[in-house]
Structures are given as structure tokens and as C-alpha cells.
Design a protein around this ligand. Sequence first.
Ligand SMILES: Cc1ncc(C[n+]2csc(CCOP(=O)(O)OP(=O)(O)O)c2C)c(N)n1
Ligand SMILES: [Mg+2]
Length: 411
Amino acid sequence: MTETTSGLSLHVPEPAVRPGGQPDFSNVKIPAAGAVPRPDIDAAPESMRDLAYSIIRVLNRHGEAVGPWAGTLSHQELLIGLRNMMRLRAFDARMVMAQRQGKTSFYMQHLGEEAVSCAFRKALSKGDMNFPTYRQAGLLIADDYPLVTMMNQIFSNENDPLHGRQMPVLHSAKDHGFFTVSGNLATQYVQAVGWAMASAIKGDTKIAAAWIGDGSTAESDFHSALVFASTYKAPVVLNIVNNQWAISTFQGIARGGSGTFAARGLGFGIPALRVDGNDYLAVHAVAKWAVERARRNLGPTLVEYVTYRAGAHSTSDDPSAYRPKTESEAWPLGDPILRLKNHLIVLGAWSEERHQQTEAEIMDEVIDAQKEAESHGTLHAGGKPSVRDIFEGVYAEMPDHIRRQRQKAGY
Ligand SMILES: Cc1ncc(C[n+]2csc(CCOP(=O)(O)OP(=O)(O)O)c2C)c(N)n1
Ligand SMILES: [Mg+2]
């Protein structure tokens, strides 16, 4: 028996650098595009353990699509993908500005992460259900959800489909396979697995997609969801968006000693894949693979999207307090819009001129939508939901004390 000579201490992971330091992403080991094999859809999870530690990439640094994961999208589909990501970016830029102008209390943008939700949506079928967080509005945009309706929700105006009951950006759109966003993170995982189990119990063909950020995988809901998903082989895709940050907390705090977030799936016998989240083609190919597995009743897949939150966490956050200002530029996987744009130029399907023209057209489209939404009110001006809405839509039968409160309020 060895004797302890000094006191015990805890290991507290620290980010490699702090504000003022040189950005350092040497922890992100990046394989060449095309280097990671593509297993058969029904391959045994044990045969693909390496995929939890690598990064599946399709676009190389010359803008070419290479390797076994390439070829899931036509030129036309790629152009649609580019437009959707550009639309999301323009939408975000206008809404961040609108928040600064006091038209909404709060906004959360997707800067640098547009490929994840935009490409994933294109792998799903109608009737499938996403359980998203606040950072997957691309699921709506890529499903042609009206920008005006999104803005009405963000402005909590008289046309807000949720009647001012939700925080801005916590959308809900059942017909677009977008379950109501819950502010309580990781609940998405247990709900998605439960929904997927119900779909299987009914003998339906619909699958679910769960969404979580790197930081939120530390929540116990993430782990309990994995127990149920793996035990019952639920038809669900379990998505982890690793954007390196959870507000001011770096990803290492939630990851602990495990090699990757994807590797969390291995202990449960769940196939786990890591993918370049800034590569639209790779995200789509991996999503399609995982969706097909679920649809063929082969069970859940865990997918980690390696990306970077280039903007602030929300309009209430200032990242210069906790990370170097130039960290975003040093991110080694580049920008998803630029990378798809360059690929389309290499294919001869796009040009710098068309890109600039499209950027201007999309900005006009977003500004027009904003004008229309503002005509129905913003946070401090114009039309608002009725006070009556506070009392309705919660209980099937309104309890007496709520009824009395409503009468007291005069509604
Ligand atoms: C259960 C729960 N705990 C804490 C919070 C407060 N909170 C909001 S966002 C956030 C960070 C989440 O980071 P991550 O999961 O990495 O997602 P990201 O914001 O990077 O997309 C926290 C802690 C919350 N919303 N829900
Ligand atoms: Mg995060």
C-alpha cells in the first residue's frame, strides 16, 4: 500500500488560451478530406469505433469534393444549400441589429454554424421531428418556413404565432418538424428519444432528431437519453453541436477526459461519427447516413459536428471577456458559406458576381420581411398579443384560480 504524502486536489480543465493570448487549436486534429471511410449503413457499431475519433470531411482545401462521403447532392441542391445558409446569416445580422435598436429583448445567432442545421434538414423527410435548441433556426429556413413568421415571434408582436408566451428565438413549428424549443437544455434529448420510441411503438416510419450543444452534454438528461436510445434501438439521430464554447465555458469542461464528445456513444454501443460541421457536403452525407439507419430500424446514431461559434453566445454576451479576439479567424475548419461558395465556383456552377448579386437579393428579401413584421409591431411599438393570451393555451380546462386572475385583469 502506498501512503499519500500530500493532500488531494481536483483537476479543473482550463482553456489553452485566454484573452490577450495567441489562439491555439492544436487540440483539433484534422484529417485530410476524403480520408475517413464510409461504412455500410448496417455495419456493426464495433467495426466503426475509429469514426468517433476522426473527422469526416468532403471538401478539400482546393474546393473539390473528395472521398467516399462525396456525391450526395446535385449542383442544384448545393445552390439551394448556399442560399439557405446566406439567408440565415443575413437574417441573423438584421435581428442582432434589431435587438440593439430595442425591437426585441434578445437574439441568438448562428454565425459560423450555418451548415449544421441547414444541411441536416435536407436529410430528413416530411413528418420527421427535430427537437432543436435555440441555435438550429437553419432547420426552419431550409424548410422554407416564412421569415416574417420567425420575425413576428422574435418581436413578440400581434402576429407572433406563440402569442408572446415564449422568449424570442424559441420557435415552434410542428408542420415543419420543429418541436417547440425549450430553454431548458438537454430536455431535447429525452424528448426526442421518447418521441422516436413512440413512433416505433406505433409502427410508424417517422424518425426523430435530438439536438444538444457541447456544454449541455454534461446534463444528466443527455446520458439517460442514451440509455433508452441504445436499449430500445430507438429511431433517432442524436446530434451534438460542438461549437467549442458554452457561453464562456470552453468545451473541455463538459468533455472531461474523454477523447471526443462522439466517443460518449461508444460505451452505449451506439455508432458515433464525428464530422466537419463547416462542410455542408459532409454534414449532409453523414446526416443522410444516420437518418437512413434510423429509418431502416437499425437504431440510433450519435453525430458530433465539429464547428466554432464565431459570434457571441447571445446578445447578452461579450466573448472578448473570455477568449482571444482573433480566435475565430484562427479556427482551422474555415467558414461554411465561403467553403461551399468556393466549391460551386470550382464546379463552374457559381461565380463571384453571382454571389454578390445573390447576397444583395437575399438582404432585400430579409429587409422586406422585416418591414412586414414590423408593421405588426415590435417589442415596444405597435401591435401586441392580447393580455388574454397569458391565460390561455396552457390548461385544457382552465382552473378556477387562473380564471379569477383573468377576470381581475379584465380579460
Ligand atoms: C438546463 C439548463 N442549464 C443552464 C442553462 C443556461 N444556459 C443557456 S445557454 C448555455 C450554454 C450552452 O452551451 P452549449 O450546450 O455548448 O450550446 P451552445 O450555446 O454553444 O449552442 C447555458 C448554460 C439552460 N438554458 N438550461
Ligand atoms: Mg457550445
